[in-house]
Design a protein around this ligand. Structure first.
Ligand code: ZN
Length: 130
């Protein structure tokens, strides 16, 4: 998880965040063992902004990787870079509830949570095993 956190930190160097000024980076490990990184990409139309986590997940899924086994998120900010609600929902689409999400922030000790503790009672659609 430490290596992933370092990769997330490096990823936020490419952050496009002229509005908030907060740079966020994420790294997601996939079922094949590959690690994808992402950063926040803001937009003048604020709702069009994409978070670092969804940026990383999009890269992974676009490469055909639909299992996520770990997530690390950090930011150039005073507090912890916890994933927002939308990102927790998106991560839960591809990650088992017992898998871990690590969060950090500038000068902060890394904290590790299971997905089910950060995002309990997930919205799912039963597709009948499909
Ligand atoms: Zn988010």
């Amino acid at each position: 998880m430490k290596k992933m956190m370092e990769m997330a930190e490096k990823a936020y160097e490419n952050s496009y965040s002229p509005y908030s000024g907060i740079r966020i980076g994420a790294a997601v490990k996939t079922g094949s063992g590959k690690i994808y990184t992402g950063t926040n990409i803001e937009n003048a139309s604020y709702g069009a902004t994409i978070c670092a986590e969804r940026s990383a997940v999009s890269k992974a899924v676009s490469d055909g990787e639909t299992k996520i086994t770990a997530v690390a998120v950090t930011g150039d900010m005073d507090g912890y870079a916890y994933p927002c609600g939308i990102c927790r929902q998106v991560i839960s689409e591809f990650m088992e509830a017992d898998m871990e999400i690590a969060v950090s922030g500038r000068g902060r000790e890394m904290k590790v949570f299971k997905l089910k503790d950060l995002f309990p009672n997930v919205f799912i659609i039963d597709r009948g095993g499909k």
